[in-house]
Design a protein. Structure first.
Length: 183
């Protein structure tokens, strides 16, 4: 299972795009609310109905944990003791962790960037205290994938799909998404 953690104010382009691409890859993807309600509002007031509250996914086997950006969502996640506990538990199990835009701030706050290379939304690196900022659109420092911004959410999702399935499946999704061969 792949959990996409959503807190109030998440970046909808990232959360919804990643959900879409991973579902197209045939993966078991769940939207997980870090609040008391299954309903979560995005940065631009898109209402999303999540599959689970965070407490419900602790004992489920995970392949990946995904953290979209959006400062409101990031702050919601950083304030969630359950999100911290889940992220640390999954990191300890060697689970793939993925964070895009301001999402790496969550990993930093949870102590999961130490000794890792990452990228993030330009300027957010000034708020991050651990890890090594590498810049660029995507950084893969196994088992951590980080991405830059909403504009790279498609590429970020394709890389996630590739890592969790195969290059051929990611290429097929890319052809569907972008209407041509990605190379």
């Amino acid at each position: 299972m792949i959990s996409i953690l959503l807190g109030t104010g998440f970046e909808e382009t990232e959360g919804v795009t990643l959900y879409d691409i991973l579902k197209r890859a045939g993966l078991d993807v769940r939207l997980v609310s870090v609040g008391d309600s299954l309903e979560v509002w995005s940065a631009r007031k898109l209402r999303v109905l999540c599959d689970h509250r965070i407490q419900e996914v602790f004992d489920m086997p995970h392949e990946a944990l995904v953290i979209p950006g959006g400062m409101g969502g990031v702050r919601s996640l950083m304030a969630s003791a359950e999100a911290k506990e889940l992220a640390r538990k999954l990191a300890g199990e060697g689970c793939l962790l993925a964070a895009i835009c301001a999402g790496p701030m969550v990993l930093d706050a949870f102590g999961l960037l130490e000794g890792r290379e990452y990228t993030c939304y330009p300027g957010v690196e000034e708020e991050i205290r651990s890890g090594r900022y590498a810049g660029g659109d995507l950084v893969w420092d196994e088992p951590l994938l980080t991405g830059t911004c909403p504009g790279t959410a498609g590429l970020f999702g394709m890389k996630l799909a590739e890592l969790l399935t195969s290059p051929s499946i990611a290429k097929k999704i890319g052809m569907d998404w972008y209407g041509g061969d990605l190379g």
